[in-house]
Design a protein around this ligand. Structure first.
Ligand SMILES: Cc1ncc(COP(=O)(O)O)c(C=O)c1O
Length: 364
C-alpha cells in the first residue's frame, strides 16, 4: 500500500491499512462451500457468525448498556433522517431539532415531511462563517416532543459539540455519522444513535443504529418491514439481505480499533492529529485561518481558509502534486477541509502540515 498519497476525504474515507490487507487476502480465499466472506449467503451460519462478531465487538467498544440494541442496516445516514420520525414519532407527531450546521439542517428538512418540527437551537444570526452551538441547557424543547435530534459533529461545517445537551425526559437522538467511534460515547445519554459507515466504521452502504429497547415499542406495525427498527431488531438485522460485505469489513475495523486500544486511544490520537493541524493554521500569522470558534472546533473535520481565497485552486492543485488529495471544502461552504478520521495516521497530518508550511513560504 502506497504511503505517498493521502486522502483527506470527508467520506467515504480511508480504511485502516491492516483492514484492507486482511480483506485483500480474504477476497480470493473461498471456503469449502465455495464462498469467500463476501459471497456468503446471509442465512448461512458463517455469515450469522460474522454478524454476531461485528455486533459483539461494537458492543464491547461502546461499553453498551444491556437495554440497548445494535442494528446494521442498508443505506446511508440520510435514510435515518426519514426512518427516525417514521419509527419514533408518537401521537403528537412533534420532534425537536438543534440546528448546528449543514447536516442537521438537512435532517430538519426531512423531519418536516413527517413531523411538526421545533428548532430548539440555531447558530447566532450573522455568524455563518463561525457557527456556534448553543449550550444545551435551556433549549425550549416541547414536553410532548418524541425526541430531540442533534448532530454532535457537523462534517461540512467542522463544528463539534463540546458537551452533550440535557434534554430532560425527551430522548436525545444523534446523527453520529462523522463522530462515531472517534472517541468514547456515553450511550446511556442517548435514546438512539445512528451513523453512516463511510467515516469510521467501514465501506459505504451500511449504517449502524444503536437504540434503547423501550423506543422500539413506538414503531407502528404498519411500517414497511425493512424500515422498521423494531422488526430489524427482532430479526437480527436480516429482514432482507443486509450489506454483508460491508458488515464483514466493519467487524475487521472494530477488531482494529480494539487492538489499537479502543475508543480512548482513538480519541487521544484524533486530538493529537487535530492539535497539530490547528497549530499549523493558527501559527501562520493569518496566511491560513480556521473559521470555527476554538471551543467548538471538530477534531475530525478541520476547516481552514487561505487569506486569499483566489489561491484555493493553486493550493489544491499543488497539494495533489504532493500526494495530498480531497482537501476542497464542502461545496456550500467553500474553503479547504481536511478530514482526519481514525484511519488517518499522524504521518498524513505531517505530510499536510509540511506542505502547508512550504506553500506559505513560497506564496506568503
Ligand atoms: C453528519 C452527517 N450526516 C449525514 C450524512 C449523509 O450520509 P449519507 O450520504 O450516508 O446518507 C453525512 C455525510 O457525510 C454526514 O457527515
Amino acid at each position: 500500500m502506497s504511503a505517498a498519497a493521502w486522502s483527506f476525504a470527508a467520506g467515504p474515507a480511508r480504511l485502516p491499512d491492516a483492514v484492507l490487507a486482511r480483506a485483500r487476502d480474504e477476497l480470493f480465499a473461498r471456503g469449502t462451500d465455495g464462498a469467500c466472506v463476501f459471497e456468503r449467503p446471509f442465512s448461512a451460519d458463517a455469515f450469522r457468525a460474522t454478524l454476531a462478531h461485528a455486533r459483539t465487538r461494537l458492543a464491547e467498544l461502546l461499553v453498551l448498556p444491556a437495554n440497548y440494541r445494535i442494528l446494521f442496516m442498508a443505506g446511508g445516514a440520510m435514510q435515518h433522517f426519514s426512518l427516525l420520525p417514521m419509527n419514533l414519532l408518537g401521537p403528537t407527531r412533534r420532534a425537536a431539532y438543534a440546528d448546528s450546521g449543514y447536516w442537521s439542517r438537512r435532517a430538519v428538512d426531512e423531519g418536516w415531511k413527517q413531523a411538526a418540527v421545533s428548532v430548539v437551537a440555531q447558530p447566532p444570526a450573522g455568524a455563518p462563517a463561525a457557527p456556534e452551538i448553543l449550550p444545551g441547557a435551556g433549549w425550549p424543547i416541547p414536553a410532548d416532543a418524541a425526541y430531540c435530534h442533534i448532530t454532535p459533529n457537523e462534517t461540512a461545517d467542522g463544528v463539534a459539540y463540546a458537551a452533550l445537551p440535557d434534554t430532560g425526559a425527551v430522548p436525545l437522538v444523534a446523527d453520529c455519522t462523522s463522530s462515531f467511534l472517534a472517541a468514547p460515547l456515553d450511550v446511556a445519554r442517548f435514546g438512539l444513535i445512528y451513523a453512516g459507515a463511510q467515516k469510521n466504521i467501514g465501506p459505504a452502504g451500511l449504517s449502524v443504529v444503536v437504540v434503547r429497547e423501550d423506543l422500539l415499542e413506538r414503531a407502528s406495525p404498519d411500517l414497511p418491514a425493512p424500515f422498521s427498527y423494531a422488526v430489524q431488531a427482532a430479526q437480527d438485522s436480516c429482514v432482507n439481505t443486509p450489506p454483508t460485505a460491508a458488515i464483514h469489513v466493519a467487524g475487521l475495523v472494530f477488531d482494529w480499533i480494539a487492538d489499537a486500544g479502543g475508543l480512548a486511544a482513538m480519541a487521544a490520537a484524533n486530538r493529537a492529529k487535530a492539535a497539530r493541524l490547528y497549530a499549523a493554521i493558527d501559527g501562520s500569522d493569518g496566511f491560513y485561518t480556521a473559521p470555527v470558534r476554538r471551543d467548538c472546533r471538530s477534531t475530525v473535520n478541520v476547516r481552514f481558509h487561505l487569506a486569499d481565497s483566489v489561491q484555493d485552486a493553486v493550493f489544491l492543485a499543488e497539494a495533489e502534486r504532493h500526494g495530498l488529495f480531497h482537501l476542497r471544502g464542502h461545496p456550500r461552504l467553500g474553503g479547504l477541509r481536511a478530514s482526519l478520521y481514525n484511519a488517518m495516521p499522524m504521518a498524513g497530518v505531517d505530510a499536510l502540515t509540511g506542505f502547508m508550511a512550504d506553500f506559505m513560504l513560497r506564496r506568503g
